[in-house]
Design a protein around this ligand. Structure first.
Ligand code: NDP
Length: 445
């Protein structure tokens, strides 16, 4: 469709040097073409041109002092992408690779993901090129306090509600929340992922991983199958990966790998709950490397590689963007993989996605499969507003229901637009139409 190509051409010119953002924008705009063709109002209302332009981008200096007394300077960001259906909502990422392009891609994805959750949340994302790895708790605290000293004036429980992402877990959320509270002089649900005895929700830490596995189960149900007994490869060993593995164990699947940026471990007998508890301690308390698992349990460690070289039936990318390229995808397919459920954001590059769709395997794109994390953040916001905590069972039941609903919505939408089984198209169109209609309802904003 000529109009989509024209808009993409202009997006490329205006955002040159932002490859990740351009990748995400291209994927979404190309896949929603059938919806734009069916409903002329989106073209007439210039909705696409508005969607690719963030409502607000905040970039700021974050000065802090390390343990040796040296001054350090990092860069902080918050992208407030779209607030058509609710306050901006999306995580904070602390990683040395963080830049405007990566955060704009994440914020853009977040808009459609949040729309799919059924909850009233707009899309945003933020973070810093600060690397928490190798820093003391005190250094992380000083950094978080300085970061929040600027961020606090741009956020609020009804304005913008950040959460965690890579490099931002319970420890960082605690320091950020403590500083927000000092500055704003109020105790509100301004961040999600909080500790359980100061406003957090049960199941929030588990939600991204659990939700991704619930989504995989829904995909398998369409073929009359379940995860029980399936060999699963998992990348990453952080929050998303740990709870993906935990739920895989609970449903009787066999997770055989976990990784970090140095390499992966291969436990061919399967990672069980006891070994997973060891990993949680390694990663969340001792903050060590995944290689130590191989030394502890006498299994294989493959340095400098990702788990996609192994045979498996199901793959769960839980680390980072573009971690499955065309070569990896070809290898996965050749080795019999027929389900990919993405806990990470945009982990498959365009070539990999193309191969998965052409092979008609069960492919759950991140914005649908990993939406359980932000959905449960939405549930944390509800509980904070009511000042009433729900039980573990209640939150898990709601999370499960949301994942089933997202799958059904993506599945039905794909069929409605003549591409049955294509959950990428289904998720993108379903996420898009809700936001686009809200934008049109609200006039030229
Ligand atoms: P964590 O920081 O807890 O863990 C990240 C994991 O991925 C670590 O094992 C890390 O290894 C690895 N990793 C990070 N960057 C790279 C890289 N460039 N190459 C190889 N491995 C890498 O983050 P999360 O688990 O929270 O996030 C993982 C993914 O899930 C991200 O894509 C995130 O956006 C997505 N996600 C997370 C949600 C959440 O609720 N936390 C919600 C929805 C999506 P190392 O320690 O060596 O860096």
């Amino acid at each position: 469709m000529a109009i989509i190509h024209e808009i993409l051409e202009s997006v490329r010119k205006r955002n040159a040097g932002e490859p990740e953002f351009l990748q995400a924008a291209t994927e979404v705009l190309e896949s929603i073409e059938p919806a734009v063709q069916r409903h002329k109002k989106y073209v007439e209302g210039r909705v696409l041109e508005r969607l690719v332009e963030p409502e607000r981008v905040i970039i700021f200096r974050v000065p802090w002092q390390d343990d040796k007394g040296q001054y350090r300077i990092n860069r902080g960001f918050r992208i407030q992408m779209n607030s058509a259906i609710g306050p901006y909502k999306g995580g904070l990422r602390f990683h040395p690779t963080v830049n405007l392009s990566i955060l704009k891609f994440l914020a853009f994805e977040q808009v459609f993901k949040n729309s799919l959750t059924t909850l009233p949340m707009g899309g945003g994302k933020g973070g810093s090129d600060f690397d928490p790895k190798g820093k003391s708790d005190n250094e992380v605290m000083r950094f978080c306090q300085s970061f929040m000293t600027e961020l606090f004036r741009h956020i609020g429980p009804d304005t913008d509600v950040p959460a965690g992402d890579i490099g931002v877990g319970g420890r960082e959320i605690g320091y950020l929340y403590g500083q927000y509270k000092r500055l704003a002089n109020e105790s509100t649900g301004v961040l999600t992922g909080k500790g359980i005895n100061w406003g957090g929700s049960l199941i929030r830490p588990e939600a991204t991983g659990y939700g991704c596995v619930y989504f995989a189960e829904e995909m398998l149900k369409t073929r009359g199958e379940s995860l029980a007994g399936k060999v699963c490869t998992v990348s990453g060993s952080g929050n998303a990966a740990q709870f993906t593995v935990e739920k895989l164990i609970q449903v009787g699947a066999k997770p055989v790998t976990m990784s970090d940026s140095n390499g992966f471990i291969y436990d061919k007998n399967g990672i069980n709950q006891e070994k997973l508890e060891w990993i949680k301690n390694l990663k969340n308390v001792r903050r060590g490397r995944i290689k130590e698992y191989a030394d502890e349990f006498g299994v294989e460690y493959v340095e400098g590689q990702r788990p996609w070289i192994l045979a498996c039936q199901c793959a769960f990318p839980c680390a980072t963007q573009n971690e499955i390229n065309g070569e990896d995808a070809a290898r996965l397919l050749k080795n019999g993989c027929y389900l990919v459920s993405e806990a990470a954001n945009m982990p498959s590059d365009p070539d990999a996605i193309h191969q998965f769709l052409a092979a008609k395997i069960l492919y759950g794109p991140g914005k649908a499969a990993n939406a359980g994390g932000v959905a449960t953040s939405g549930l944390e916001m509800s509980q904070n507003s009511m000042r009433l905590p729900w039980t573990r069972e209640e939150v898990d039941k709601r999370l499960h229901h949301i994942m089933v609903t997202i799958h059904k919505n993506a599945w039905d939408t794909a069929a409605d637009y003549g591409q049955p089984g294509n959950l990428l198209v289904g998720a993108n169109i379903a996420g898009f139409t809700k936001v686009a209609d809200a934008m049109l309802d609200q006039g030229l904003v």
